[in-house]
Design a protein around this ligand. Structure first.
Ligand code: MN
Ligand code: MN
Ligand code: MN
Length: 285
């Protein structure tokens, strides 16, 4: 059963998005947990890759340049991971710039919608909480806590920022097809992140995988996080087979305490084609 626990963790976050460890700290932790190849896949940015790469070299582990791109598909927010990217590719760089603009625009709308709460300089405060990371709802929630508008983060989401609330502003994300296009332009492999996390019927999930495959996507996360049951893993493996997608595995680690450490996931079943074969099989020129 251990066939493919070969030390890969291909989904993780640093302080460059909503993780709490710097790229260096993340890589060091992963290395100490026995991960031999880590991918840093921050939300809509590859800013942390150069630092992670240096740290990986120092720690003696492999580092796959990655990113997790936010998209909208059929009314749902769907995350597409890109692995093994050329982070300097102009198409990718331009695409990620657009993501930042979309996130910034959304942040402005959130601040505007919640202006009746009377928090002065709401947007600026959220930006300072984010400390240069990509701005998102958790940062606004933190400001509401800091300003005493709510007691804690869950309350902030329950009252103002969660699904259906005033500050739940629809994202201005691109299509799945666009994200796949950017990833492929940068020589990377596109991967549907955590297919089980989306609130959709199994039928819709299948439609997503088909659309992704038709767009040129090559892989899906068959194992995501540490909580997945064996049945779920088998189901994901079955879908990967059905849609002819390679299989990825990642902890989606953001920070200790809420996440198991990097590398602490179930193993990929032996029936799948591991995603790393797609870049390890490249013939030498
Ligand atoms: Mn995240
Ligand atoms: Mn995600
Ligand atoms: Mn993630």
């Amino acid at each position: 059963m251990n066939a493919y626990w070969s030390g890969f963790d291909l989904h993780s976050h640093s302080t460059c998005s909503d993780g709490r460890l710097s790229p260096t700290e993340l890589v060091q932790l992963a290395a100490s947990e026995g991960v031999h190849t880590l991918s840093l896949t921050d939300h809509d940015t590859v800013q942390g890759i150069p630092e992670a790469r240096q740290a990986a070299e120092a720690a003696g582990i492999g580092l796959i340049a990655g990113v997790e791109i936010s998209t909208t598909w059929s009314g749902c927010n769907v995350h597409i991971v890109g692995l093994n990217l050329d982070i300097d590719n102009p198409v990718l760089v331009e695409g990620l710039k657009e993501q930042q603009a979309a996130r910034q625009k959304r942040a402005e709308i959130i601040a505007e919608k919640l202006s009746s709460l009377g928090v002065e300089n709401f947007l600026q405060k959220a930006e300072s909480v984010a400390k240069g990371a990509e701005l998102g709802r958790p940062h606004f929630a933190q400001v509401l806590v800091d300003e005493g508008v709510v007691e804690n983060m869950p309350e902030a989401f329950k009252k103002y920022l969660g699904a259906g609330k005033k500050g739940d502003v629809k994202s201005l994300w691109p299509t799945v097809e666009k994200a796949v296009e950017w990833i492929k332009a940068a020589g990377g492999v596109a991967v549907v992140a955590h297919p089980l996390h989306y609130k959709m019927t199994n039928m819709k999930r299948r439609a997503l995988l088909k659309a992704f495959k038709d767009a040129g996507g090559e892989a899906m996360e068959v194992v995501s996080g540490s909580q997945q049951s064996r049945d779920q893993t088998n189901y994901m493996a079955q879908l990967a087979k059905e849609y002819d997608l390679a299989a990825s595995v990642g902890s989606d680690f953001h920070f200790p305490s809420q996440w198991q450490k990097p590398g602490k996931t179930n193993h990929l079943p032996e029936t799948v084609n591991p995603v790393w074969m797609l870049w390890q099989d490249e013939p030498a020129h």
